[in-house]
Design a protein around this ligand. Structure first.
Ligand code: 8YV
Length: 309
């Protein structure tokens, strides 16, 4: 039996019902898991809904989990691995859109596009050249935290903007031309723009600390399209309020959904509501991949895009 933990999207929901006769957990009575958990062999879920240790414990015959989204911090990957349960996410198909949004935020903050738009809309464009100057983007230094698939897509775009790119992560990546910086603080001190593209979860919590923000400095811009947990948000707000950071473009925040007033008040901050992968094209590809992983597993016991970490 396939158990669907949460709605994934119109397309995936329909295919899962048609092809797998999926049981929708949210439509079942509370006692359903206790009564039927032992019949479940496949799970479809999302990074939002997750599949944690409690859920795993309730599904003793589970063989595979297919999850919507590339993040897996809400899935008990270690617990699944210990029981030989395969876990698949939806990588690659969203790399371009998330990287595009990172660049959109970088450009928006550096060139003050939303502020300029507000200026025009408010009827304040009464004199040519009155809007404050902004920050040049091309030819600057780009630091990437986490050179995975999305980080690499962000770095590639940097080459198009004639930027020198360096990165920080767990270690240097073989075959990568960009310089590896073993200290995130040093990377922040070196670059003009620091883009956060690493995984979420406890291992990366508050990596972007007060010291890192201090190193990025009043001329620096922080962009986060990864997870709010990676940035010490209180330190970020303090740095922005004190003028110790040039600006920030944030698609993700701690305690989503919603943004604290302190961030909403900052004119040099651009906020988007966790929409990195949210285009028609990418969301359709993610939904299809959730189903394709389950089809492959049913066919020959393999997953197309298993989590390897
Ligand atoms: C989603 C994501 O936009 O893939 C992920 O891990 O974070 C995004 O693709 C997000 O989960 C929406 O809530």
């Amino acid at each position: 039996m396939l158990l669907q933990i949460a709605s994934i999207g119109l397309l995936a929901d329909r295919l899962l019902t048609e092809e797998f006769d999926a049981v929708r957990l949210w439509e079942q009575p509370d006692a359903w898991l206790t009564r039927h958990g032992a019949e479940v062999e496949l799970v479809a879920t999302s990074v939002r809904a997750g599949c944690g240790p409690e859920m795993l414990a309730a599904l003793p015959r589970l063989r595979a989990i297919s999850s919507w989204g590339v993040g897996h911090e809400t899935l008990d990957v270690a617990g699944a691995r210990a029981r030989g349960i395969g876990v698949a996410t939806t990588p690659e198909v969203l790399d371009d859109c998330v990287a595009d949004l990172a660049w959109g935020l970088l450009m928006a903050v550096a060139r003050r596009i939303p502020a300029a738009d507000r200026h025009v809309r408010a009827g304040e464009w009464t004199e040519v050249g009155r809007f404050p100057l902004s920050t040049k983007v091309s030819g600057k230094r780009l630091g990437v935290l986490g050179l995975g698939r999305i980080g690499a897509a962000i770095a590639r775009r940097g080459e198009g903007f004639a930027m020198e790119v360096r990165y920080h992560g767990r270690g240097p990546k073989p075959g990568v031309a960009h310089g590896f910086e073993p200290s995130l603080r040093e990377l922040a001190a070196w670059c003009d723009f620091l883009v956060v593209a690493c995984e979420g979860g406890p291992a990366t919590r508050h990596l972007v600390s007060a010291e890192v923000l201090e190193a990025l400095g009043p001329g620096g811009i922080l962009v986060n399209i990864a997870r709010g947990s990676v940035v010490d948000q209180a330190a970020l707000i303090a740095a922005l309020e004190a003028g110790r950071l040039g600006g920030a473009g944030l698609d993700v925040l701690e305690n989503e959904p919603g943004a604290p007033l302190a961030l909403r008040r900052c004119d040099n901050v651009v906020l988007t509501p966790h929409v990195g992968s949210a285009t028609h094209e990418t969301r359709e590809a993610m939904e299809r991949l959730v189903v394709d992983n389950l089809r492959a597993f049913r066919r020959d016991g393999t997953l197309l895009t298993p989590v390897r970490a």
